[in-house]
Design a protein around this ligand. Structure first.
Ligand SMILES: Cc1ncc(COP(=O)(O)O)c(C=O)c1O
Length: 653
């Protein structure tokens, strides 16, 4: 399918506008026009922003806006055009913006007001429409480029003989095999032929990019509003660790949400940093962890002005996102760098309803699982950097410490393509997802048995006034009125209706809408929910989950505890009760119940009786819980703790 591209010509001067639209379209009909560029006109008033935000399903994707600054002396010259430019940049920064000026003296004013977001200028007097068309077409083609993916396709098409890794040699080891030939057919020939390695110089090197990977990363940086972007093929889990090791030396102080993803806690161990844990808010009714209250962050910054880094997660798994600007400003005022884990928010840049992004709010680093919400393959993530003091050499050393020397090239290509898609059609697709989310909310609520939780339902009391917002593409449904348990409902959806949800807690189901959500999926989901609602059973009481204990204290740096051999103590005593011998001991591992995936203990933390009791209660009351970090000794669950001698030898925190 060929793309269709709109160029929006905005001018208060109707005659001029028509002339330009006709001139550009005439040029487009005569010149090479593979991207289907077509000019459309619009007055320089409120309708301009409406045109920029229109995203009907049949519409061509708008890529370029051409704004007429106006003729000298004309009534509507200047300011309205610059205001329109600023509004458009604010709404959709991925669009290319060209200004048409009377002469160079207008340029200063435009540059001052609209910053460096202007991509180019034309002059009113030289109406060279063929020339303008070529420039605009080249601009769109530049954004639509995928340097790495193009090179990969080209190389595969050259059908070179493989005398290098990987061993399947373009799939030849599978092809025709009576035992594993089906894998060749299942994965597909192209995927296997594109599974190449650093032995192919024209495909650049992820560990030292100077060619097509560097070009693709540069395009990604522009798209996501970063100074530098790096592709990571081992997920945001690795991205977080790389940044930690770059910014934090052993003993450096770090402020972090205790409910950060476990990769952040692993980063604490690897970097040797001294963590200051910030307790996040908790929605006790639904067992959902929310953001850290603004006042808690502020107090921590005031109490620890020597901290080097602050890391927060925005948005959370459940879609709660911080009002980041004031928080980042507070941290910066104290000289603290800010990392935002945007694993769940990589799409935000491409729709005004989801912005501002972390970088737009001033973050120094943002890590994004491009695979979670955009079209990249699993494990494909991006690290975006805007840190004014960025030490690229140090970052590179740390990046390479974590990256495989044999990255999967299909993942890199998928990042390139995901970026292109987000820029070229992300707005339209996200707009569709947001409309689906809105529609689903109404329809699911209308069943009477299920209720989609709104921001007010999800927000814990302590962050009610912190300017938190909800990403509407994450739909949390209260199921308690249906009479089904969450496990039963999840099983019904998958067994009877072929629908796999993102996750469930005890009282809720969570659905993730992405740019891959289609109308028919929405309709099948609604149909299933309606049928289940009709079979309604007697409403159940909310399942009260045991409340996670608060953080206790660190006896030493997490890294120091982690690297000791420790000794293993049973979780239960001989009577099957919580083992009292664990009280007061120092944990060596990170103990994480799934769900919700938040560590109850981190290495170096002092264990108290209520924590042991909590872990035991979880195991006894929740069949489906996994407790990560416990050791099995002779079939019994044990915790690794510091021996008395190890503890005495360690420097206290
Ligand atoms: C907040 C957060 N950060 C980081 C990660 C890790 O991302 P990835 O799966 O890309 O490694 C996750 C994964 O679920 C997450 O929820």
């Amino acid at each position: 399918m060929n793309p269709a591209t709109h160029v929006l010509v905005i001018s208060a001067d109707e005659a001029w506008r028509q002339e330009v639209v006709q001139g550009l379209n005439h040029a487009g009909s005569r010149l090479d026009n593979p991207l289907g560029l077509m000019a459309v006109g619009c007055a320089c008033d409120a309708s301009a922003l409406e045109a920029v935000l229109a995203a009907g399903p049949m519409q061509a994707d708008l890529q370029v806006v051409l704004i007429d600054h106006g003729a000298r002396g004309a009534e509507s010259t200047g300011a309205p055009a610059v205001i329109a430019a600023q509004r458009i940049i604010d709404a959709r920064p991925e669009l290319s913006l060209y200004m048409v000026l009377e002469d160079d003296s207008d340029k200063l004013l435009v540059e001052q007001l609209a910053s460096d977001a202007i991509d180019g200028y034309f002059f009113r007097g030289e109406q060279d429409f063929n020339g303008w068309f070529r420039i605009l077409a080249a601009e769109v083609a530049g954004k639509a480029e995928t340097p790495f993916y193009d090179a990969l396709r080209e190389y595969v098409a050259q059908a070179k003989d493989s005398w290098h890794t990987p061993g399947h040699a373009g799939g030849d080891s599978f092809r025709g095999s009576p035992w594993v030939g089906d894998f060749y057919d299942f994965v597909g020939e192209q995927m296997l032929r594109a599974d190449l390695s650093v032995s192919v110089p024209m495909l650049d090197s992820l560990l030292h990019p100077t060619g097509v990977i560097a070009e693709s990363q540069k395009l990604a940086a522009k798209a996501f509003g970063a100074k530098k972007t790096y592709f990571a093929t081992n997920g945001t889990s690795t991205a977080n660790k790389v940044i930690f090791q770059t910014l934090l030396a052993p003993g450096d102080k770090l402020l972090l949400d205790r409910n950060c993803h476990k990769s952040v806690h692993h980063g604490v161990i690897l970097s040797g940093a001294m963590p200051v844990y910030l307790d996040s808010s908790v929605n006790r009714q639904y067992g959902i962890f929310g953001p850290v209250p603004k006042a808690t962050v502020q107090a921590a910054i005031e109490a620890h002005p020597d901290a080097k880094v602050l890391i927060l997660t925005s948005c959370t798994y459940d879609g709660l996102r911080y009002d980041l600007k004031p928080i980042i400003a507070m941290a910066h005022a104290a000289g603290i760098k800010v990392i935002i884990d945007e694993a769940w928010y990589g799409h935000a840049r491409f729709h005004p309803e989801l912005r501002p992004t972390a970088l737009e709010s001033g973050a120094d680093y943002a890590t994004q699982s491009t695979h979670k919400v955009l079209s990249a393959f699993s494990q494909a993530s991006m690290i975006h950097v805007n840190d004014p003091g960025f030490d690229e050499h140090l970052f590179r050393e740390n990046f390479n410490m974590h990256a495989s020397t044999s990255p999967q090239y299909n993942l890199i290509a998928s990042l390139d393509v995901a970026r292109k898609q987000a820029v070229m059609e992300g707005y339209r697709l996200l707009d569709r997802s947001l409309k689906f989310a809105h529609e689903l909310r109404e329809k699911i609520n209308a069943t009477g048995a299920f209720r989609v939780l709104e921001l007010v339902d999800l927000l814990p009391e302590e962050v009610k006034h912190d300017g938190i917002r909800l990403d509407p593409t994450k739909l949390t449904i209260d199921i308690s009125n249906s009479g089904y348990s969450a496990d039963e409902l999840r099983d019904e959806l998958i067994g009877r209706y072929n629908i796999q949800v993102e996750k469930n807690t005890h009282n809720t189901l969570t659905l993730l809408l992405t740019i891959g959500t289609t109308r028919s999926k929405v309709s099948r989901l609604f149909d299933a929910m309606l049928r289940l609602a009709k079979e309604r059973r007697a409403p159940r009481a909310y399942v009260r989950v045991p409340e996670a204990p608060r953080f206790t204290a660190l006896a030493c740096l997490p890294r120091d505890a982690f690297y000791e051999a420790g000794e293993r103590l049973a979780l239960l005593d001989e009577q099957g009760q919580p083992n009292a011998a664990l009280t007061g001991r120092v944990c060596c591992d990170q103990i994480v119940p799934y769900p919700p995936g938040i560590p109850v203990l981190v290495p170096g933390q002092v264990i108290e009786a209520n924590i042991v009791a909590y872990l035991v209660r979880l195991l006894q009351t929740q069949k489906s819980i996994d407790l990560h970090g416990l050791a099995l000794v002779d079939g019994e669950l044990h915790l690794r703790v510091l021996s008395e001698a190890e503890r005495a030898a360690l420097p206290a925190r």
